[in-house]
Design a protein around this ligand. Sequence first.
Ligand SMILES: Cc1cc2nc3c(=O)[nH]c(=O)nc-3n(C[C@H](O)[C@H](O)[C@H](O)COP(=O)(O)OP(=O)(O)OC[C@H]3O[C@@H](n4cnc5c(N)ncnc54)[C@H](O)[C@@H]3O)c2cc1C
Length: 470
Amino acid sequence: MTLIADLTQALGAAHVLTGPDLARFRSEVTHHYHPDPVAAVRPASRDEVVTVLQIAAKHGVAVLPASGRTGLTGGLMTKGGLILSVERLNKIRAIKPAARIAIVEAGVVLDSLHKAAEAEGLYFPLWFGARGSAMIGGVLSTNAGGSNVLRYGSTRALCLGLEVVLADGRVLNLMSELHKDNSGYDLKQIFIGAEGTLGVITAAVMKLVPRPRAYATATLAARSLPDALVLLNRLQAASGGAVEAFEYMPASYMAQMALARPEIRQPFTPRAEVNILVELGTLREDEARPGPDGAVPLTALLETTLAQMLEEGMVLDAEIAQTEAQRAEMWRRRELASEVMTSRQPTIDTDICLPTDQVATFLYRIHARLPALDAGAETISVAHLGDGNVHFTVFPTDASPEHYDRVVEAVEDEVQALGGSFSAEHGVGLSKLPSMKRRKDPVALEVMRALKTSLDPDNRMNPGKVIPEA
Ligand SMILES: Cc1cc2nc3c(=O)[nH]c(=O)nc-3n(C[C@H](O)[C@H](O)[C@H](O)COP(=O)(O)OP(=O)(O)OC[C@H]3O[C@@H](n4cnc5c(N)ncnc54)[C@H](O)[C@@H]3O)c2cc1C
């Protein structure tokens, strides 16, 4: 039997997509890659995933696990591989409020988990623009970050247990609900961030946290990035670590947004150089309950800290959200980043991480270096400043791949010199393979290759991604 006949017999024709039905799997979100899979399958259970992997092994076909397909690094690029979509593994099996966990299948959309947790007064603290499409299998496989990492950590920190189907069809059951389990290696961590190169994640146990009773949100103009860091540390001290998000948007981003989305109100006139979106969240009733004057104490705390820094000249201007609509407007400005950046082409995107006190130095150094590489280039750096993750984007005057590499290498040089990483939250996929080759510790690469060979000796799980050839 052919591959397609075997798959059709196992899953039914409706769940083996070929020809025109495959159209959506031939495009991807960045438009930089043009996948050409042999087919896409949509198993509905872990056992069907096992069957698909066994059939793929029999036919010697590469398998690319797919979730929400919002990944930004070309992780689903293939010529002739089989896409294994987990979109039908979409059950929230249980929310356990007392234990504060959710047991979910890999195809659960992030936003669905947000809603299910919210119904129990809880929160799944992984929050980013693509939450309406990204799925649990994908966020685990890319170890996604987002705006709340500062307080809650990346996806890695939010996972207690995992179920994975290995390349040969064996099921690795690590569905622990435990916060402590020292029975040997923490194997789940190998699969988190593996981008589908080691197996298919089919289910997970995720941590939930109490939902903040109130938020205080502001957009402010800081005198400089180091001053913004002073603000962050003062707010953390004053609030007992309640800062949920601390996001940086430079004047260049606001200017580009004015062009791409003129209907969005700009926060400050004249435009500020360093715009920060800050959000605090409190679990405490006394900080969330409005006083006799109607003021929420958490908001008052934010106001007081900002007022003090205004007096000291470190904050130049600020607006505090007084309503949910104003808070939403502030978040909208930040979450339009992906759309605003792609409205202008060509771009050179990076997703770097620096020690938080080195972000300003990095920006200074790269802007000093860039004119020698591309005198006409413009840049925009939107950042999850609270955790040091900068999306430094260059709009080059030369669209050639050679120029792309030159600029990326210059960014990598400066990042490495400051103790940073070339990959913060989007993963490696295909687009950062050259960086892996140039910058990753060679022994780390050897260990990764050894793991890959032992779990996937025929190199059929998302081949050619994450680990560069030796
Ligand atoms: C508008 C926008 C905003 C974004 N903002 C952020 C952000 O703030 N922070 C952030 O971290 N990311 C962000 N991203 C990137 C992207 O959303 C994340 O990488 C997300 O985690 C990918 O999830 P997904 O379900 O779409 O995965 P996919 O794109 O389907 O897959 C991503 C990778 O994981 C592998 N994979 C998928 N499912 C499985 C599985 N079940 N088992 C094994 N491997 C699997 C795939 O093979 C692929 O290599 C953004 C993307 C967009 C489009």
